[in-house]
Design a protein around this ligand. Structure first.
Ligand code: NAD
Length: 378
């Protein structure tokens, strides 16, 4: 059962789906692993390292795509490659299924079993496969480092004969996996951190990392069974913005990570809020790829507004691509291992499984994920 890992072709993608350690793990299970020549170049891993781990260099991308039983990648496949895939093959990647309707339909029509990793359930048994968590955590780290590289201050308090420097004040909006890593990283660097999230359960986690939780009485907010935030009403959002404005105005750095699963990110920091901030302050909008939490942020651009610099960085995990690839690769290794049938040496798809029923989107020519099916036919 050949497993093939093609090179990522989306512009700016530096991550790699499988590193040699995971190749070794899969080969140990009895899988035959092919990689596209040059796969690890963006993270300085040679083809030789893959071969030493037991992988083989595929003769060429097109024929490997057309003859492999399992294909692993980070980003969604380009639509023009879907027709080259073998019917019945398993394709594992992030798919952005809520927005990529044509692509998901094409995968179904091509008879591909497509696993969309963003749909993995956030349950304990799937934690080791959870690419959203592993990548979000690194994104949080990278966002703080980007802010530190942009602002004209240092993070920690410093008392010297040349004067006392106050610690940087950092405000985090949205404290899921990424936000928690933002807090931890900023605290390690010595920042004073405040944070807010609509899920009240987060308060204790924020405090345990040494940050202050900002309380806002928004009435009922709640969370889904999967632990995701619910979308706020327009009135609740307006109330949230009023309080956020006061905390943004006091902050040197604001990092926003707020997301609502399957929807456009909520707009939290409006232009008038940015205008109330001190010149020299920095904002990082980590939600810029899903619509943005900050009104004036633009993907991959630094927007300057009244002296405040707003960074709209896409693919933050790609800034620490080696570690991001290692974690992503471990996640994939765990997923494949979990569903690997040792006797027949195949990856077994059981649509009643509590993990697969959420993340297998297409199978046997059909869209099989209930949520996606309902969304597309609405
Ligand atoms: P996410 O990326 O969907 O959202 C980021 C954060 O934004 C969330 O904390 C959310 O509450 C918050 N948010 C949404 N709207 C907001 C608003 N208007 N203002 C401020 N904040 C807002 O979240 P995530 O990081 O993917 O985590 C989702 C949940 O899943 C969390 O509860 C996390 O702890 C949980 N989780 C569980 C497991 C597990 O295995 N049990 C694994 C990973 C994550």
């Amino acid at each position: 059962m050949p497993v093939f890992v093609p090179k990522e072709i989306e512009s700016g993608e530096t991550r790699v789906a499988l590193v040699p350690e995971a190749v070794k793990r899969l080969v140990g299970l009895g899988a035959e692993v092919w990689i596209e020549a040059g796969l690890g170049a963006s993270i300085s891993i040679s083809d030789r390292a893959y071969q030493e781990a037991g992988g083989q260099i595929a003769p060429d991308r097109q024929s490997a795509l057309g003859s492999s039983d399992v294909i692993l990648r980070v980003r969604k496949p380009p639509e023009n490659e879907v027709s080259t895939l073998k019917s019945g093959c398993i394709h594992v990647s992030l798919l952005d299924a809520f927005h990529e309707r044509d692509l998901v339909r094409a995968l179904a029509a091509a008879g591909v079993t497509a696993i969309g990793l963003e749909m993995l359930p956030r349950i304990t048994i799937a934690q080791k496969m959870d690419v959203l968590s592993s990548q979000a955590s690194l994104a949080g780290y990278a966002a703080v480092i980007a802010a530190a590289g942009t602002i004209d201050r240092i993070f920690p308090m410093m008392m010297t004969p040349a004067g006392t420097l106050k610690p940087v004040r950092l405000f985090v909006i949205g404290v899921g996996v990424a936000g928690l890593q933002v807090i931890a990283t900023a605290r390690r660097l010595g920042a004073r951190v405040e944070a807010f999230d609509t899920r009240p359960a987060v308060e204790e986690q924020v405090q345990s990392l040494g940050a202050k939780f900002v309380k806002v009485d928004l009435g009922e907010t709640g969370q889904t069974a999967q632990g995701y935030a619910r979308e706020l009403t327009p009135e609740q959002l307006e109330k949230q913005r009023e309080v956020m404005a006061q905390h943004c105005a006091k902050a040197d750095i604001v990092i926003t990570t707020a997301q609502v699963f399957g929807r456009k990110a909520p707009l939290i920091v409006t232009n008038p809020m940015v205008d109330q901030m001190q010149p020299g302050s920095v904002i990082v909008d980590m939600a810029v790829e899903s619509g943005g939490n900050v009104e004036c942020s633009l993907p991959d651009e630094t927007v300057e507004r009244n002296g405040v610099r707003v960074l709209g960085l896409r693919n933050l995990p790609g800034r620490v691509a080696r570690h991001a690839s290692e974690m992503y690769s471990n996640n994939l290794g765990s997923l494949l291992e979990h569903f690997w049938d040792k006797e027949s040496k195949i990856f077994r798809i059981d649509l009643s499984d509590e993990i697969l029923k959420h993340c297998v989107l297409t199978h046997d020519g059909k869209i099989v994920n209930e949520t996606i099916e309902k969304l597309y036919s609405a």
